[in-house]
Write a protein that binds this ligand. Structure first.
Ligand code: GLN
Length: 495
């Protein structure tokens, strides 16, 4: 059995006992990347030499008996919207080309303190806007289960990376589903923590009230391991919560007794692919066989999730992305050569306009326009304010649900990985990918996607569990119970 098919938790033990060195481990992943990356295109930047040097240092420190961090010697891939000092951070956007952050995101600093090996930066939809990673201005990533298919998005690079065996651990970000949806489509585990659980400092903001960074891994124990490193209060992020971080690693293998799971009947409507429906139903039966009680609950406002999200997220994005003006970061258009649409426009305004016109892709522009429109005078009350009110009602639905049940269980996506190009011309179809994921972001609750099946075409299916805020411990333990009773997490694509 090759070392890269073992979990990070097992690798960590082997590194500890001296059965394995970090150089060997890192080299094994780099070899897999060398042989397969040209087909998958998961990375936008690979740090081969730095990774090997860092691995060598960890091995030397270990040999000298020095104390080491919790991820010592284990490779981690990082989504390209997380600042890493001295390493290009592009959000897969032309407007950030050439931007090299002078500081580390808190999560990156935490990985470094944990002595992880930062192996490279993963592809994504531009500014994390999308569900297929096709909105990247750099390249289209393929799903390792079927190279003609999308890996999901926006953290598609990180998901493909885990499925393809390019790294055991990866970071993603989830604003409306971008960790859970690609995790489901690539047959891996993806956890969106509660809002405030993980610091967003140094995450290039898309929609600040929805964004969360979280682990993408091959199995539940590894998600616990990575979340343990990432979670916790950070004074650099005023929205990060000062809530005790539980012992995820220590607790994850302990089953929960008396578990009550809530099923939302509306999730099983027409749009859901039959194979996904039957796999999720089978997952529910597995929980029942493990002693869980199933309760049918109502989420009366969940059906407004997409409409609410696609007002709030673009509004926040239009404000957050105002900083990319050609003056401060990355790409700057030359005003003397750019088009002069308006004669009254001064050179500075022309520079802003043409930098943004050339720097942002179509989907990002669409969101900026939608958000600017919904926030403008006369429309604010009808759109943005209304959306905020519905958001509150969605949160109330969750609060009511969690009075009756421990966790919610349901699908992650309505369909399995689709062909590249299939939905690019239809933004609404792409937005519907987020049907079952956006409500968790709107309410700030935690959610995890775990593998629960394969379609006849051999594409992965995920099941989603959601918990009340800051109940990640329960979420991970319940997810592990399912994993322990099944073997879907052990399937890996042959490609
Ligand atoms: N697919 C959603 C969107 O396009 C979610 C993206 C995300 O979670 N970053 O906005």
């Amino acid at each position: 059995m090759s070392i890269i098919s073992k979990s990070a938790t097992q690798q960590r033990e082997m590194l500890r006992t001296g059965e394995l060195t970090s150089v060997e481990l890192t080299t094994a992943y780099l070899e897999q990347i060398k042989s397969r990356e040209s087909a998958v295109k998961a990375f936008v930047h690979l740090d081969e030499q730095q990774a090997l040097d860092a691995a060598q240092q960890i091995d030397t420190r270990r040999a000298a008996g020095e104390p080491l961090g919790d991820l010592a010697g284990i490779p981690v891939a990082v989504k390209d919207n997380l600042c890493s000092e001295g390493v290009p951070t592009t959000c897969a956007s032309k407007i950030l080309s050439g931007f090299i952050p002078p500081y580390d995101a808190t999560v990156v600093a935490k990985l470094k303190t944990a002595d992880a090996i930062l192996i490279g930066r993963t592809n994504m939809d531009e500014f994390a806007m999308g569900s297929s990673t096709e909105n990247s201005s750099i390249q289209v990533t393929s799903n390792p289960w079927n190279l003609q298919c999308i890996p999901g998005g926006s953290s598609g690079g990180s998901a493909a990376c885990i499925a393809a065996g390019f790294a055991p651990l990866a970071l993603g970000s989830d604003t409306g589903g971008s960790i859970r949806q690609p995790a489901a489509l690539c047959g891996i585990v993806g956890l969106k923590p509660s809002y405030g659980r993980v610091s967003r400092y140094g995450l290039v903001a898309f929609a600040s009230s929805l964004d969360q960074i979280g682990p993408m891994t091959g199995n539940v124990e590894d998600a616990a391991l990575l979340l343990q490193v990432l979670a916790g209060h950070d004074s650099h992020d005023s929205t990060s919560a000062d809530v005790t971080v539980d012992g995820y690693v220590e607790n994850v293998t302990q089953p929960l007794s008396g578990l009550t799971l809530g099923v939302v009947d509306e999730h099983y409507g027409d749009g859901l692919e039959a194979e996904i429906k039957s796999s999720v139903e089978e997952a529910i039966r597995v929980y029942e066989s493990l002693g869980a009680t199933i309760k049918h609950i109502e989420m009366p406002h969940a059906s407004y999730g997409i409409a609410t999200y696609y007002i709030i997220a673009p509004c926040e994005a239009s404000s957050n992305l105002a900083r990319f003006d050609g003056a401060h970061y990355g790409h700057r258009a030359d005003p003397s050569t750019s088009d002069q649409t308006s004669t009254s426009e001064d050179a500075l305004t022309r520079m802003y306009r043409s930098s943004r016109a050339a720097g942002f892709g179509d989907e990002v522009k669409r969101r900026i326009m939608l958000g600017t429109y919904a926030l403008s005078e006369g429309y604010y009350d009808a759109f943005y304010l209304k959306a905020l009110k519905v958001r509150r009602l969605i949160r109330q639905d969750y609060d009511n649900a969690f009075k009756d049940v421990d966790l919610l269980i349901g699908p992650v996506t309505a369909c399995s990985a689709f062909k590249q190009g299939e939905k690019t011309a239809d933004p609404m179809a792409m937005y519907m990918e987020d049907l079952f994921t956006v409500t968790a972001n709107l309410a700030g609750v935690a959610g995890i996607s775990i593998p629960c099946g394969l379609t006849d075409a051999g594409l992965p299916i995920g099941v989603q569990l959601q918990s009340a805020p800051f109940q990640e411990d329960k979420l991970l333990r319940a997810a592990y119970m399912f994993q322990h009773a099944t073997d879907w997490h052990q399937r890996r694509p042959e490609f």
